[in-house]
Design a protein around this ligand. Structure first.
Ligand code: ADE
Length: 257
């Protein structure tokens, strides 16, 4: 797979040379190219922004500069991702969809964002996703590009040594947060590893983990439980949920109270 990132701060993307993503690039599993948007500016100051029509604070990135850059970088069928706090929430599902594409191009905006005609223009010709990291604002799209590249790259075949790790983690498919994990020493800071995990009884371990997943999800992300199909739940699941005050009604889960 090929991923191109366009930014006025290409050095911001340097961490992608490290760790699993860096190794994926060196192993030839990922063709990662980082570009400086200013290479497509036309004046000697290499200007990429201008004042907003209609007034207001800050600067807006010019569509003509972005158009030159994206036309140079995008190949037919490319999926364009534009990070923005006004985008759709980035998700594991979108990461998985993007991992199935031939080329992903990430356009990192700064200042007040990119002239809206850029998304409009490329959406008419192909697939464009404006994506948000969450309900907060960072200074530009580079941090989001790091997140998107890492979330996508680790799903490419061969990048993660043991693909089973992808199946069991949070947001991986069962709609629940991952259970807590433990390693040696068995006692630390007065805290013991739960007995069942030392028992060697696989069935009990699996049940304990599933129960903890459900409890965590209920406490931290009840919205994920509301989205679950109760048909996916077994009797053990329903017992934990009912102990937490949840019930099943008309094909959905109902929170306590
Ligand atoms: N740019 C600024 N804030 C952002 C956010 N929350 N997500 C994606 N891109 C952004």
């Amino acid at each position: 797979m090929r991923i191109d990132v366009v930014s006025i701060f290409p050095e911001y993307l340097a961490p992608l040379n490290l760790s699993l993503v860096g190794k994926a690039v060196r192993d030839g599993l990922l063709d990662l190219r980082v570009h400086d948007l200013r290479d497509w500016a036309r004046d000697r100051h290499r200007t990429v922004d201008d004042t907003p029509f209609g007034g207001g604070a800050g600067m807006v990135m010019r569509p003509d500069v972005w158009g030159e850059a994206l036309d140079a970088v995008m190949t037919p069928g490319a999926h364009l991702v534009v990070p923005s706090p006004a985008g759709q929430p980035f998700s594991q599902q979108l990461a998985a969809d993007l991992a199935g594409t031939e080329q992903l191009v990430i356009a990192c905006g700064r200042y007040e964002g990119i002239d809206a005609r850029v998304v409009e223009h490329y959406a008419a010709a192909g697939t464009v996703s404006e994506v948000s990291l969450g309900d907060y604002v960072v200074n530009g799209g580079e941090v989001a590009a790091l997140v998107v590249v890492e979330a996508v790259a680790r799903l490419l075949p061969g990048v993660i040594g043991n693909p089973q790790s992808l199946v069991e983690e949070s947001h991986a498919g069962d709609g629940l947060l991952e259970y807590p994990v433990y390693t040696r020493p068995t006692a630390w800071a007065g805290l013991e590893v739960p007995e069942v995990l030392l028992s060697g009884h696989h069935g009990n371990v699996a049940r304990w983990r599933r129960d903890r997943s459900i409890e965590r999800t209920a406490a931290r992300r009840p919205d994920l439980l509301l989205a679950l199909d109760p048909a996916q739940l077994d009797r053990g699941d329903l017992a934990v949920l009912s102990a937490l005050g949840w019930s099943v009604r008309e094909g959905g889960l109902v929170p306590p109270g």
